[in-house]
Design a protein around this ligand. Structure first.
Ligand code: URA
Length: 433
């Protein structure tokens, strides 16, 4: 007769929490067990909250970090894109105000011969999400099944899609728990959360755009560098060629901040135009991604000859969207005028992001609907001359009752001086590029 009693688990939650609390490194087998037990329900929510807080204070060494990331990946399905060739490369941005880089970058890099399987997210708070932006294209669908994703990648070399339910389920639960237990701002937890999703996606190479500045998740360069180095280390340990760029996020990227308004600006870049700062970042990142997979092509050429725009249209069509349909436009609600004549010295990214959020472009709770048309246009950027009363920022949307709140967010966010400010580089540093 068989013995149907369960084999006792080799570890238990309280000992695991105590070990980390007391500063001891957790063995890889214990980490694998803890995450599996959490997903299956035998490591309780409150116990995981305590373990996360212990990790927040004590950190994780390289071995623990590799094991934690591996266990997160193992909680779901890992895409196999090996039939799509060796040049499968993606990028991840830690998020910034007006950061619509992926919308142009994904089809651009695909038009240069790589495959770009971008699994993306939604916005929460003052930075927008790629899926929310793309959903302002009539008919476009973010939710694709695994087979459909594969078919689209094989057909046009790129996609931008939402994660499926089976994609790193441990991260979905851990992230929600971190959000309500004050444990989001931990470099090992952030790095393993981001990298588990990117590794599970199946790319062979990855470029990280780690934003630095008051409009970014990481305000200090030293924190951004530590996060970038940690993520590059995790990628390399998992056989994914990974590089990082540190880019400035004190001022919104480009002119548009919102959803449809950002899609329109990304299309301008794909048409060979668009604001200089956005175009520069898109090209710098495209070059870095192509270098990671050994493709020696000038992406500027693919913008100039229309190949990148064609690729974008094809990707949109394959995801149910109509690339030729007009994008929704908001009503012009108000302007913020220059307080005096001179040079614009400050246009605070965080305040502009918060204003767009107040207008309805972002959400305050997961699952909330966002406005497609709400947004802010930055008409003047730091370093440009302005005259007193000239509009610096214009607000758009579909709900005039939100205008006052948005204007209040912008208070103190615009400054004019007698001298132009020192030009700031867009790319602040590179790791592994
Ligand atoms: N983005 C993620 O995906 N995870 C984090 O922990 C933080 C930002």
């Amino acid at each position: 007769m068989g013995d149907d009693r369960e084999t006792p688990a080799p570890f238990e939650p309280v000992g695991t929490i105590r070990a980390k609390r007391d500063g001891r490194a957790l063995e890889p087998e214990r980490i694998a067990w803890a995450i599996d037990a959490y997903v299956k329900g035998s490591f309780a929510e409150e116990q995981m909250a305590a373990l996360l807080m212990a990790i927040f204070w004590r950190g994780m060494d390289e071995r623990e970090l590799a094991a934690w990331t591996e266990a997160m990946i193992a909680s779901g399905e890992r895409s196999d894109l090996s039939d799509l060739g060796p040049a499968v490369v993606d990028k991840h941005s830690t998020g910034g105000v007006g950061d619509k880089v992926s919308l142009a970058l994904v089809p651009l890099v695909a038009a240069c011969g790589a495959v770009v399987p971008q699994v993306s997210g939604r916005g929460l708070g003052h930075t927008g999400g790629t899926l929310d932006k793309m959903e302002s294209i009539p008919g476009w669908r973010a939710h694709l099944g695994t087979d459909e994703q594969h078919r689209i990648l094989a057909t046009c070399g790129c996609m931008i899609a939402a994660a499926t339910e089976r994609f790193v389920p441990a991260d979905r639960r851990l992230y929600a728990l971190r959000d309500i237990t004050g444990t989001v701002e931990s470099i090992p937890l952030i790095a393993s959360s981001i990298m588990s999703k990117k590794i599970a996606e199946g790319a062979r190479a990855l470029l990280l755009d780690v934003k630095v500045g008051q409009g970014a998740f990481m305000e200090q360069r030293s924190d951004a560098e530590a996060l970038a180095e940690t993520m590059v280390g995790i990628g390399s340990a998992h056989g994914v060629r990974t590089a990082a760029m540190l880019t400035s996020m004190d001022v919104p990227l480009g002119q548009a901040v919102g959803n449809a308004i950002e899609v329109a600006e990304a299309i301008d870049v794909l048409r060979g135009g668009g604001p200089e700062d956005l175009r520069t970042i898109v090209l710098e990142e495209a070059r870095a991604m192509l270098a990671l997979v050994g493709i020696d092509t000038d992406p500027a050429q693919a913008l100039a000859d229309g190949r990148a725009l064609e690729r974008f249209s094809e990707m949109v069509r394959l995801q149910g969207g109509d690339p030729d349909a007009p994008l929704p436009e908001g009503v012009h609600l108000a302007d913020v005028p220059a307080p005096r004549s001179g040079w614009l010295t400050k246009l605070e990214a965080r305040k502009v992001g918060m204003a767009a959020w107040r207008l309805g472009a972002g959400r305050s709770r997961p699952g909330e609907a966002v406005s497609k048309t709400a947004g802010v246009r930055c008409l003047v950027k730091p370093g440009q001359a302005v005259s007193e009363g000239q509009p610096v920022v214009a607000l758009f949307g579909d709900d005039p009752s939100r205008t006052a709140g948005a204007l209040a967010e912008l208070a103190g966010g615009v400054e004019v001086g007698d001298e132009p400010p020192e030009p700031r580089p867009l790319v602040l540093g590179r790791i592994g590029c």
